[in-house]
Design a protein around this ligand. Structure first.
Ligand SMILES: CC(=O)SCCNC(=O)CCNC(=O)[C@H](O)C(C)(C)COP(=O)(O)OP(=O)(O)OC[C@H]1O[C@@H](n2cnc3c(N)ncnc32)[C@H](O)[C@@H]1OP(=O)(O)O
Ligand SMILES: CC(C)C(=O)C(=O)O
Length: 566
């Protein structure tokens, strides 16, 4: 019987389960996502406010440039009333003409008149801008933080919206497109009927209609439910909001339970039109939802993310520079190790997958990097995000023949026969077991060379001549070093290998060849050739390898290599 798990000593009784939504006719579970939502990057706001060291102006500009280059069209650039630095950054974007005409910047403010005025002032001269106003609506916040009832809480949002409109009119007459976003902060914990009531009251003031959308952003400020509950909440809101066609229903998931991405995806299935997040999931606590993962998840399903992730390492480096925080090596799509297999069975499948991919592309007459991707263990082609195949297979003690032979093939054009793959991977395994850690490709080659190509064995061919008799008998004469002595050997057979084995019998070296494989190591005429010999010598079966520009020399070297191994 399997041992029973014990009751945890942790005080789990202190926590209560999240209440589900009563929505038996929910429709989102059977939806699929076939188009990208509108994205808003809040790297410069929610991302920035959670950094140990908030970005300085140079880093903020760098981040803004990256986001624009990647294709984000809605970028929350800060909280201008928070500090002079934030205010000045917004001003510099506007005054230095750094905002492309097709990018809508947005700024966040609390629903306080003085802060709203300063916020709107920061936008003077912007062609397109959105003010994003928030106030917390959840019961604990009403009771603990604001000490207000529902009516007064709603009034904060309503008055805030009025202030935004008034100040926009006062200061932003040059702005071609002025947008408004409202967030009932902590939406996830707010009673749905109350969240709806507040959003409706805000809409009554803003008065959305044709050409005048309102963004209603429903944040999972602190992610506390399973993603299906968030999806139910979003579907409920989407169904019940009035003027729905003029509402851009936005979600703003955080990742406290580690399910931010799932929450965002299910929310889009449930009707959300827009997703707010940060590159690589920066943001408060465990972060905002990761925009890279969301976009690349779409890409991996054949859906255009409408964002360019084709140089993922440059994106990662820039984000790391700006945030001064590292991206985890396992982070989806962008981490250092996410396209790397160390383990034997994964490597084997990937190696076979690459070969099958080439074959399938060839059969379809398509370039391999255009052909439908179907390689085991690799959800996307690393090349599509600017990675090469160098790091796909790395060798340590968990690796098997597939990985080792993949490296031999990739780096040295050596297509080891299957039983040699097994033999050589056992050689490598002894080293990795003894030394531990990762074995770089150079080290694997070094071990291969000393094991198979050292030319230091008891028999070495110095020169050879061959001819074929009229009856087809192959005749070889070789100058060889045998156990330190130079000898002239001659023998006959049906080819160089058997003739040389015959010659070796004269000096008491008995070799029985069991398998022989050769191939050219390149496309051009003067490419070298590799020969592999499996031979039984003194009761042991071993492989030998020879590499030379002459295939005959390569095969003789392979035989000598096998002898040396015994
Ligand atoms: C979920 C989120 O990420 S929301 C965004 C959070 N980001 C930030 O807070 C970063 C920028 N913030 C700041 O720099 C400062 O908070 C400021 C400048 C905006 C305001 O600073 P202060 O005036 O010192 O107020 P403080 O930060 O302590 O805020 C708390 C006060 O604001 C009130 N408040 C908080 N949020 C809101 C809101 N959205 N609307 C209206 N009032 C609010 C609180 O009730 C509290 O009021 P009280 O002092 O009467 O009790
Ligand atoms: C201001 C809002 C959208 C927010 O950042 C949150 O709720 O997490």
């Amino acid at each position: 019987m399997v041992p029973q798990q014990k009751t945890s000593p942790m005080p789990f009784h202190r926590y209560k389960p999240f209440a589900p939504v009563d929505l038996p006719d929910r429709t989102w579970p059977s939806k699929t996502i076939d188009a990208a939502p509108r994205w808003l990057s809040t790297d410069l706001r929610d991302g920035n406010q959670a950094l140990i060291e908030p970005m300085d102006p140079a880093r903020k500009h760098e981040m803004f440039r990256l986001l624009v280059e990647m294709g984000y069209k809605e970028i929350e650039v800060g909280f201008p009333s928070a500090s002079q630095t934030d205010f000045d950054f917004v001003r510099s974007l506007i005054e230095d003409g750094l905002i492309p005409d097709d990018v809508q910047i947005s700024v966040l403010t609390q629903a306080r008149e003085d802060l709203i005025e300063r916020t709107v002032q920061s936008l003077v001269g912007a062609k397109r801008a959105t003010v994003h106003l928030y106030n917390a609506t959840a019961p604990t916040f009403r009771r603990v933080v604001f000490r207000v009832d529902r009516e007064a809480c709603k009034d904060i949002a309503v008055q805030g919206t009025r202030h935004v409109m008034r100040f926009a009119e006062q200061y932003l007459d040059g702005t071609e497109y002025f947008g408004y976003e409202y967030s009932p902060e902590i939406f996830i914990d707010t009673e749905l009927d109350f969240a709806l009531e507040v959003c409706e009251a805000v809409m009554d003031v803003w008065n959305p209609g044709p050409g005048r959308e309102i963004i209603l952003n429903l944040p999972a400020t602190v992610e506390r439910s399973t993603p299906n509950v968030y999806a139910d909440q979003i579907e409920w809101m989407s169904r019940n909001l009035s003027r729905r066609e003029h509402v851009v229903l936005s979600v703003h998931p955080h990742n406290d339970r580690g399910t931010g991405v799932a929450s965002a995806e299910l929310a889009v299935m449930a009707g959300a039109d827009r997703v707010e997040g940060c590159l690589f999931g920066h943001g408060e606590r465990t972060g905002n939802v990761c925009l890279v993962t969301l976009g690349m998840n779409l890409f991996s399903q054949g859906v255009d993310p409408r964002i360019d992730f084709s140089d993922i390492d440059e994106i990662r480096r820039t984000v790391e520079h700006c945030t001064q925080l590292p991206v985890a090596p396992r982070h989806p799509y962008g981490g250092d190790l996410v396209y790397t297999a160390f383990s034997g069975s994964h490597q084997d499948a990937i190696k076979k997958g690459f070969a099958a991919q080439e074959e399938a592309a060839g059969a379809a007459g398509a370039p391999v990097d255009e052909h439908t991707w179907d390689v085991p263990y690799l959800p996307i082609d690393p090349k599509d995000v600017g990675r090469n195949y160098e790091a796909v297979i790395r060798v340590n003690s968990q690796s098997g023949k597939g990985g080792v032979s993949y490296i031999m093939q990739r780096d040295h054009s050596l297509d080891l026969p299957r039983r040699l793959q097994i033999e050589f991977s056992q050689v490598i395994q002894k080293f990795t077991d003894a030394e531990g850690g990762e074995f770089a490709a150079d080290r694997i080659w070094e071990i291969f060379s000393t094991t198979y190509l050292a030319d230091q064995g008891p028999v070495a061919v110095l020169a050879h001549r061959s001819s074929t008799d009229g009856d087809g008998t192959y005749r070889i004469e070789a100058d060889a070093r045998v156990n330190g002595e130079i000898r002239e050997l001659s023998g006959t057979g049906n080819g160089p290998i058997s003739a040389f084995c015959d010659a070796l019998a004269d000096v008491d070296v008995k070799v029985r060849v069991m398998d022989y494989v050769e191939h050219s190591m390149g496309e051009d005429g003067d490419a070298r050739a590799a020969a592999y010999v499996e031979a039984e010598i003194d009761g042991r079966v071993v492989w030998g390898v020879g590499i030379h520009s002459s295939i005959t020399t390569a095969s003789l070297k392979a035989l000598c290599s096998a002898i040396a191994r015994v």
